[in-house]
Design a protein around this ligand. Sequence first.
Ligand code: SAH
Length: 352
Amino acid sequence: MTGKLAALIADHIRRRGPMDIAQFMDLALAHPEYGYYRTRDPLGARGDFTTAPEISQLFGEMIGLCLADFWQRMGAPSKFVLAEVGPGRGTLMADMLRAAKVLEGFIPAAHIHMIETSPALQAKQAQALAGYQPIWHDSLETLPDDCPLLLVGNEFLDALPIHQLQMTEEGWRERVVDLSGDQLVFGLRHLNFAPPSIQAKPGEVFEVSPVRIAFAQELARRIKAQGGAALLIDYGPAQSGIGDTLQAVKAHEYTPVLEDIGNADLTSHVDFAAIREGVSNIVSVSGPVEQRAFLERLGIQQRAAILMKNASVQQRADIESALKRLCDPDQMGSLFKVIGFTHDQNLQPAGF
Ligand code: SAH
């Protein structure tokens, strides 16, 4: 255990007792001074992890066409908010806008809004979107509400805090971060909320994320009230299940969660069934579907074939390999899922 954030967490535990995983994640990722996302650009080969839009322009192009098609089918409103949550380097939005240009009227009608808390990434996004005059927000709360909303979020939900519940011989307990001497260690404490109804054996872990559900519900209420659609893409199961999925990643390798706090990305799998259940009485929900099926229905193979026609041998190999990473079931094709929200049950985004 080294570093300022670890010391700060240790001090907090000394004064107030063990800390739940949600609070730990929140400090590790979002502490205003030392939080992982506040202090760096974590993406790319020289960073800690790579995401779909950073792998290939094909990803953003498919999403852009999906939202442009939805905009047209909802009656081509002359003004709408095109928003992204957790936009990273701004690559996805830039690729979406380039692809969506083919639909006349879409770009002039789009007002670009980015929900991003990291100053380092806001700067990258400003570069990627020069010419579009995006507006930045800390949360959904301040987005305009006087026109329809089309929103996308890739690998955003996985960064939101979770609680981990562990079954013991005595029933459910909550996993916490505690101190043993000067060392941060995992511990257990009694639940201070209702136990889950899922079956589990001693030692097994179940994860819940009230923050994710609250985010999805706020988004859903906006989609319902303003009209529009949201696409959330992330990794995780379609059905709720047992499993400890909290992971720390640094320089493209897994690292122990309590080791390099504030310098490693911390995420967990998204329980898409829980999201679906949380919003299904607010909006019309599409999916979750696997990323592979979604991208293929939107025509990623055809688009790749067109790009390959005019490409060099090297470029062709790169496109092939990107396509594999995005779509192969043993890469991102199956673990990654897409869930969609719309205001109208007769209006589904393409791809589901
Ligand atoms: N969507 C991008 C980046 C994914 S990384 C891509 O696919 O490449 C997660 C992103 O979410 C980063 O931009 C990070 O700064 C942002 N983020 C994490 N927690 C956030 C929060 N609570 N509010 C707003 N943005 C957040």
